[in-house]
Design a protein around this ligand. Structure first.
Ligand SMILES: [Zn+2]
Length: 416
C-alpha cells in the first residue's frame, strides 16, 4: 500500500476509470476487426496461438509447427535451463508462434505459463534459440465492498450480494472465525465491509489479491482486522489497537458449518437419552468434509472410543488442547507425535461413535478443564512491538481515510 498521496488522488482515479473504459472499447473493436481479417495478423508478423490441450507435449506442439527434431531439442533445453519449464499444463498454458509471414518458419515462440509471466524464445541469425522471461506487473486495485445481513440471510449470501468474490469471502470468513461465532453473533441488520485487492492485466481482472481490512458489526461488538507487515517482514492481522487478531485457536474450525449443539454443563444426550454435560460444540457438516486443526500443535492422541468414535487430540501449548470427534477417517500421515499447522487437515467429518449423523464434535481443553469454544478468551498469536504499533496506528489512519472516500463512491478503487 502506498502513501496518502495515492489514496487521496481521487481525480486521477476517476480519470483512470474513464481511460480504461475507452481502452476496453478500443480492444473490443480491434478484436472484432482481427476476426474478420483472420489469423490475428499484424503488419509484418504472422501470429498463431495454441491453447495447450490434454495430451499435448511441448515437442508435439513444436513439431506440428514445422520445427525440426534438432530445433525442438534446442528449444526444450533452453526452456528448461533458463525458464525452468519442462512441461505444459493443459487448458491453462498458451503458446504463441510468430513468423515473418504465414508460410515462413517459426522465428519466435511465446509461452504464457501465468498471467504474470511470459517467456519468449527467439531464434537469432545463427539459428540459435534464446530465452527471455518477462515478468508482467499486475495492475493492482484496492476495492471496498460493504454489505448487510438481511432476514434469513447467511454471511455468504450477503457477501455475494455485496459483490465480494467467493474466494475473498471464504478468506474473510476464515479470519472472522477467529473472533466471531457466526451462529450466535450474526443477526439481520448487521453491516460488514471488506477492503481487498484485485489484480488486473491489460484491463482484465486476473485474480484476487490480499485482504487489507475487514469489519463486522457483530453482536458482541465491532470486529475490525487490518493486514499489516511488521518491521521484521512478518505479515499478520491486527485489531484497530494493534493487538494480534489471529488467535492461537479457532472457535469454529470448519468454515460455514452450522452449530447444531452448543457447549453446556447439562443437556439431554441425543443417543443416550439422559442428561449429561456436552463438553464441546457440534458443527454440522457432510461426511468427508476436511477438518482443519484449530491451531498449531502436536497430535497427542489418535484413536477410537465408544463415545467419540474416531478422534484426534492436539496439544497446542502448556495450557490448551483441542479434540475432534466422530471422524470418518484420519488424514494421511497424521499420527500421534505429528506436528500440525493451524488449518492443516487432520481428518474428515463422519458419524463414528455415539452420533446421530455426520458432524464434528469439537472441544477446547484449557489447563485440563473443558471450556466453551465460543466464549473462551483466546490468546493472540502475536502482538506488535511498540515501534511497529506506532507505525500500525499511522497506517490504519491513512487506510481508514481512504476507505472513507471509497465507501461514498462504490465505483471507485485505489490504484496501487
Ligand atoms: Zn458433541
Amino acid at each position: 500500500m502506498k502513501k496518502a498521496k495515492n489514496i487521496m488522488n481521487i481525480n486521477n482515479i476517476a480519470r483512470t476509470i474513464v481511460a480504461l473504459a475507452i481502452i476496453l472499447v478500443v480492444v473490443a473493436v480491434a478484436l472484432v476487426f482481427s476476426r474478420h481479417v483472420g489469423g490475428g495478423a499484424s503488419d509484418d508478423e504472422y501470429r498463431s496461438i495454441v491453447v495447450v490441450a490434454s495430451g499435448d507435449t511441448l515437442s508435439k506442439l513444436l513439431t506440428e509447427q514445422g520445427l525440426s527434431n534438432a530445433q525442438v531439442l534446442d528449444i526444450a533445453k533452453v526452456l528448461k535451463a533458463e525458464a525452468d519449464i519442462t512441461s505444459l499444463r493443459a487448458d491453462s498454458d498458451k503458446i504463441e508462434f510468430v513468423r515473418s509471414d504465414e508460410g515462413a518458419p517459426v522465428s519466435k515462440i511465446v509461452i504464457v505459463p501465468s498471467p504474470w509471466r511470459q517467456i519468449e524464445v527467439t531464434c537469432n541469425a545463427d539459428g540459435q534459440w534464446q530465452c527471455e522471461t518477462i515478468d508482467i506487473k499486475p495492475d493492482t486495485r484496492v476495492i471496498y465492498r460493504e454489505g448487510e445481513i438481511l432476514d434469513g440471510d447467511s454471511f455468504y449470501l450477503a457477501g455475494a450480494r455485496a459483490g465480494i468474490p467467493d474466494g475473498i469471502l471464504a478468506e474473510v470468513y476464515d479470519l472472522l472465525a477467529f473472533e466471531m461465532d457466526f451462529e450466535r453473533d450474526v443477526r439481520a441488520g448487521q453491516k460488514f465491509s471488506v477492503v481487498y485487492e484485485e489484480n488486473f492485466a491489460n484491463g482484465e481482472k486476473v485474480d484476487n489479491g490480499r485482504i487489507l481490512a475487514v469489519q463486522f458489526e457483530a453482536l458482541r461488538g465491532n470486529v475490525k482486522m487490518y493486514r499489516f507487515k511488521t518491521s521484521d517482514g512478518k505479515t499478520g492481522y491486527y485489531d484497530e489497537n494493534g493487538n494480534g487478531a489471529i488467535k492461537s485457536l479457532k472457535r469454529t474450525p470448519i468454515n460455514n458449518a452450522r452449530v447444531t449443539s452448543s457447549f453446556s454443563t447439562s443437556r439431554k444426550h441425543p443417543v443416550l437419552g439422559y442428561t449429561r454435560a456436552h463438553k464441546g460444540v457440534d458443527f454440522r457438516a457432510s461426511t468427508g468434509t476436511p477438518i482443519p486443526a484449530a491451531g498449531a500443535g502436536r497430535v497427542v492422541a489418535r484413536g477410537y472410543n465408544n463415545g467419540h468414535g474416531n478422534y484426534i487430540k492436539i496439544r497446542h501449548n502448556a495450557s490448551y488442547e483441542t479434540l475432534y470427534a466422530h471422524m470418518s477417517r484420519f488424514a494421511k500421515g497424521v499420527v500421534v507425535g505429528t506436528t500440525v499447522k493451524q488449518g492443516q487437515t487432520i481428518g474428515y467429518v463422519g458419524s463414528t461413535g455415539l452420533s446421530t449423523g455426520p458432524h464434528l464434535h469439537y472441544e477446547i481443553i484449557k489447563d485440563g478443564k473443558h471450556v466453551n469454544p465460543m466464549t473462551v478468551k483466546l490468546p493472540a498469536i502475536s502482538n506488535l512491538a511498540k515501534k511497529d504499533k506506532e507505525r500500525f496506528l499511522e497506517y490504519r489512519k491513512v487506510l481508514d481515510e481512504g476507505v472513507g472516500h471509497l465507501s461514498k463512491h462504490p465505483e471507485w478503487f485505489i490504484q496501487l
